[in-house]
Design a protein around this ligand. Sequence first.
Ligand code: IPM
Ligand code: MN
Length: 349
Amino acid sequence: MYKIAVIPGDGTGPEVIREGLKVLGRVSECFNIQFEFTHFDYGGKHYLETGEVLPADALKTLKDFRAIYLGAIGHPEVKPGILETGILLALRFGLDQYINLRPVKLYPNVETPLANKGPAEIDFVVVRENTEGLYAGIGGFLKKGTPDEVAIQEMINTRKGVERCIRYAFEYTRKRNKGKKLTLCAKTNVLTYAHDLWMRTFTEVAKEYPDIQTDYAHVDATTMWMVKNPEWFDVIVTTNMFGDIITDLGAMIQGGMGVAAGANINPEGVSMFEPIGGSAPKYTGKGIINPVAAILAVHMMLQVLGENRAADAVEASVVTTIGKMKSMNAGQTGFSTSEIGDMVVEGIE
Ligand code: IPM
Ligand code: MN
């Protein structure tokens, strides 16, 4: 019995999460896996009503679950930063989900903006460090609002944080068993201290993985190769900020926010699964948002739980469903949100 915490969140979050839960319901029937779902109403609406982002006991409560299924966080009436740091980052940090795993996989029949590239060329995974770097929130203002203002935001890189991320990436590359190649994406030519630590750690850990080919690309060059030669990549390991940026580019080349899913993983604790697109206020309540990304987040959850047969069945059904859809973009799929969920459900056996 898996206890799953569900945070539908804001905007279209609840609409896509509903479809993911339908899929888990079907998985439960077909594979004899039991789930128990508990819903939490954290998000913009809760904040506007109560002034509270996360309740004081939220982390303690969530630690009792096997996984968290998250829709989207972000509300047009809340100032940027409050919900993102107060909920999403607070959960990632508080639950020590130090890996953000983001597959960039172009499924058959999905349109990519890259010319002459198809599913054979676009299939790699980004391992993003998820608890440090520029996201650590260390800094402050001096003389705020005056002409002498100073704003400092420090980038934190600890040996422990860097090493556990790199080690995870090597293990993942070995387990994935595809190209057996791990590329470090950083900026060693400018960030001569922080990314020197990354490079040294990468080189040292690599010695324990003689079966894995290693490579290095600066982050700017990485964006170039992702567009020009995405087939060069198997697994990329990178920092929090760079991972954030390159995975939005990754989402675009794999067909858009309608298909991109990610997992915030604490290998020793509670992991959280989410579609990586935002709350999409302009599509909210219309029933036209594409739930495929949220369903692929379910696929990742099943993989991390070790339910591989169920995970494969979900992915196979998503592939069949995508084959019937006109587009991955909200409003252009040819189906309603719930019809897409139904098709995936029907295809699971
Ligand atoms: C993401 C998002 C978040 C991030 C924001 C909402 C804080 O862009 O999951 O990629 O920057 O990590
Ligand atoms: Mn992002």
